[in-house]
Design a protein around this ligand. Structure first.
Ligand code: AMP
Length: 416
């Protein structure tokens, strides 16, 4: 009977999952999938490790399934799929761990109450992250659950890089630059030695460029600065988020345009970034394929802001040995990578065009002072590893975890 860990990543309108089984070499994905468009036209798909569809279902337009319905469907699927396996734990991606959590944590009711406090700091993500945790705590209390935070990797960054120039009384309330995408950066830090031992021990900027985008300066594999701040709206322009903004703009929106808090939130989180600038799409593929002036302006601004932030993070590191591209745009767009690398020529980065067109992994020319890499991220694997490690630490032997349960018994208790 193989031990498996289920990883859940609950977003605003989706519930993504991965199942990892352990063999002698570590965690191996055995299936993954998602329920998406949960409030509009819900769809569920699950695939095995080679991409074969195991299960698929659509509920049709206007049938809101919600997160609870999606979890029920997923549990029923896992009950069938994991019969014969032993589910030892569920690991969750949780966006905000605040000042309390510097590393993953075994979840209980007290932890949930603490994480609830951070909903105002991540209103678009945190409530959805917590929903399946609460549901499983209630319905399968014996099942160990672990929360892994996007903020944790940055908590050891120097104090100066975490501070805003605000009065101490406000800083003391936890108004800090937290940084996000930490699970992605931590994964890259864990595999970078296999690609470039010198960069792993030295100064690297990782560019996580996806629908959400940020950059992280790492010294010896540890975060020392990042482009995101108190919330995941700061830093680079993103699919629909504006990135860094003069706080005076917010005051102008409120005072002069008479926008209330929710309207400002919607504007800066859902209507800005690539979508807002282009007026066309938040999707980089669509913009790169478009001839429209708005699309060009959005891509230009995205590349320009990356270039500026790269200079800033290289300064924070006191020099640069390597950059790493990851996430949807970073892993797949040779055009964007080329623009970023050309803009970094002054730092000593020379692009290998052929290697870049081929997707790397090394895309810098031989002899380039700064190396450039394309490395696929794997936040789910990072969560699975943390979950197993933590369970091992809690129980001494995760196979003997008192809460260990079969897929069938998890489903029985969650379906009740
Ligand atoms: P992620 O959030 O990491 O899934 O990344 C999503 C983003 O990656 C979207 O903006 C996609 O348009 C973008 N993306 C995926 N594939 C490509 C590609 N081949 N070229 C450009 N952008 C891409």
């Amino acid at each position: 009977m193989a031990d498996v860990v289920v990883v859940l990543n609950a977003g605003s309108s989706s519930l993504k999952f991965s199942v990892f089984a352990q063999d002698a070499e570590g965690d191996k994905p055995i299936c993954r999938g998602q329920a998406e468009a949960l409030t509009t036209a819900p769809r569920f798909v699950a695939k095995d490790a080679t991409g074969n569809v195991l299960d698929e279902r659509s509920w049709g337009e206007g049938v809101p399934l919600g997160h609870a319905g999606a979890l029920d469907h997923l549990v029923a699927f896992l009950q069938r799929r994991l019969a014969g396996h032993r589910l030892v734990a569920v690991g969750h991606r949780v966006v905000h761990g605040g000042t309390e959590y510097r590393r993953p944590i075994h979840i209980d009711a007290e932890v949930v109450a603490t994480l609830q406090k951070y909903i105002p700091l991540a209103p678009l993500h945190q409530p959805h992250n917590l929903a399946p945790i609460r549901a499983l705590l209630e319905q399968a209390p014996e099942l160990p659950q672990v929360a892994c935070f996007d903020t944790a990797f940055h908590r050891a960054a120097p104090t100066v890089s975490q501070m805003f120039a605000l009065p101490k009384s406000i800083t003391d309330r936890g108004v800090l630059r937290y940084g996000f995408h930490g699970l992605s950066y931590e994964y890259i830090a864990s595999v970078l030695p296999q690609y470039d031992a010198q960069a792993a021990a030295g100064r690297t900027v990782v560019l996580h460029l996806g629908n959400g985008s940020s950059m992280c300066a790492m010294a010896g594999g540890r975060s020392i600065a990042s482009t995101m701040g108190f919330t995941a709206v700061d830093g680079l322009p993103m699919g629909t988020r504006c990135g860094s903004l003069d706080p005076g703009v917010i005051l102008y929106l409120i005072d002069q345009l008479k926008m209330d808090t929710r309207a400002v939130e919607k504007l800066i989180c859902q209507q800005s970034g690539l979508l807002g600038v282009s007026g066309i799409s938040s999707d980089m593929r669509t913009l790169l394929a478009s001839e429209a002036a708005g699309a060009k302006a959005a891509v230009d601004l995205f590349a320009y802001r990356i270039q500026r932030e790269l200079g800033s993070l290289a300064a924070a590191l006191g020099g640069l040995d390597a950059i790493v591209f990851t996430a949807g745009i970073g892993e797949n767009s040779a055009v964007l990578r080329e623009r970023v690398c050309r803009g970094a020529a002054w730092l000593g980065l020379q692009l290998d065009d052929l290697a870049n067109a081929g997707g790397g992994p090394r895309i810098s020319a031989p002899g380039s002072k700064v190396a450039a890499w394309v490395i696929p991220t794997n936040e789910e694997l990072m969560i699975a590893r943390h979950t197993r490690r933590l369970l091992g630490a809690v129980t001494g032997d995760h196979a003997a975890t008192p809460g260990a349960t079969t897929g069938a018994s998890m489903a029985r208790s969650t379906a009740s």
